[in-house]
Design a protein around this ligand. Structure first.
Ligand SMILES: [Zn+2]
Length: 219
C-alpha cells in the first residue's frame, strides 16, 4: 500500500489487489484519467448516443493508441510475430485490424447492408469513424449511423482481443447481431423520442429513423 501524509490527509492506494501497490496499475489509472480528459476536451469527437467508453475507444483509435502489434513494436515491445491474430496473413496495423482484415470487412459489409449503404474497404479510418456516410445519409440520421459505426469498430476490436487473449472468435454473423442488439440498447436508452421498436430497428432502421431521429437531442 502506498501512503502519503498523515491524519486526515492520508492517501491510500486502492487499485491493486489487497491494497498492494502496482506501478502498472497506477500508470494505467493515470493514463485513463489523461485520456478521458483529452477525449472530453476534444469537441470534434462527441456522440452522446453511445457510452463514454466507446467515444474514448474511438478517440484512441484515431490517435493510433490501441494496442495493435505494429504500434506495440513502434513503442519498443518485442513480439514474435507482427501478423494479425485473426487472419494471420498481414501485419496488424490499426486500419488492418479494424477495416481491411477479411473479418472486419465482412462485419462492416453486413452492417452497411443492414442500412442499405455501400461499404468501401479502401476508406480511411478517420472518414469511417468521424464523418461516416455524410454525403449519402440525411443529416438527421448521421449521428445515429456514427453511433453504429463506433459500436461496430468497438465490437471488431473486442473480437480481436477475444482471439488474441483467449484464442476464441465469434462468427461475423454473431458479431453483427451483437452490434445490432447493443447499438439498439445504447441509442434507445439515450434518446427519449426515438421509436423504440426493435423489429423496425432490425428490419429497416433507415425508414425507422427519419421522422423520429430528427427529434434527437443534437448535443
Ligand atoms: Zn487480419
Amino acid at each position: 500500500m502506498a501512503k502519503i501524509g498523515s491524519g486526515n490527509s492520508t492517501w491510500a492506494f486502492k487499485l491493486g489487489d489487497g491494497n498492494n501497490y502496482s506501478l502498472k496499475k497506477m500508470t494505467t489509472f493515470i493514463d485513463s484519467i489523461i485520456v478521458e480528459r483529452s477525449y472530453v476536451g476534444d469537441k470534434t469527437l462527441r456522440n452522446n448516443l453511445v457510452p463514454l467508453k466507446i467515444g474514448i475507444f474511438v478517440w484512441r483509435v484515431l490517435k493510433e493508441r490501441i494496442a495493435v502489434k505494429l504500434e506495440l513494436v513502434k513503442r519498443g515491445v518485442n513480439l514474435a510475430s507482427l501478423l494479425c491474430p485473426i487472419c494471420n496473413k498481414e501485419v496488424e496495423s490499426t486500419s488492418h485490424a479494424l477495416i481491411t482484415c477479411e473479418y472486419a470487412k465482412d462485419v462492416w459489409s453486413r452492417i452497411h447492408n443492414w442500412w442499405s449503404l455501400n461499404f468501401i474497404p479502401s476508406i480511411n479510418i478517420e472518414s469511417l469513424l468521424k464523418d461516416p456516410n455524410c454525403n449519402t445519409l440525411p443529416r438527421s440520421l448521421q449521428k445515429t449511423w456514427q453511433a453504429i459505426s463506433w459500436t461496430t469498430a468497438y465490437f471488431i476490436w473486442k473480437n480481436r482481443n477475444q482471439k488474441f487473449f483467449n484464442n476464441d472468435s465469434w462468427s461475423t454473423a454473431k458479431l453483427t447481431c451483437d452490434i445490432q442488439v447493443k447499438s439498439f440498447e445504447w441509442i434507445m436508452n439515450r434518446s427519449s423520442k426515438i421509436n423504440k421498436d426493435w423489429l423496425q430497428w432490425l428490419l429497416n432502421s433507415i425508414n425507422l429513423g427519419a421522422p423520429n431521429v430528427n427529434n434527437l437531442d443534437p448535443g
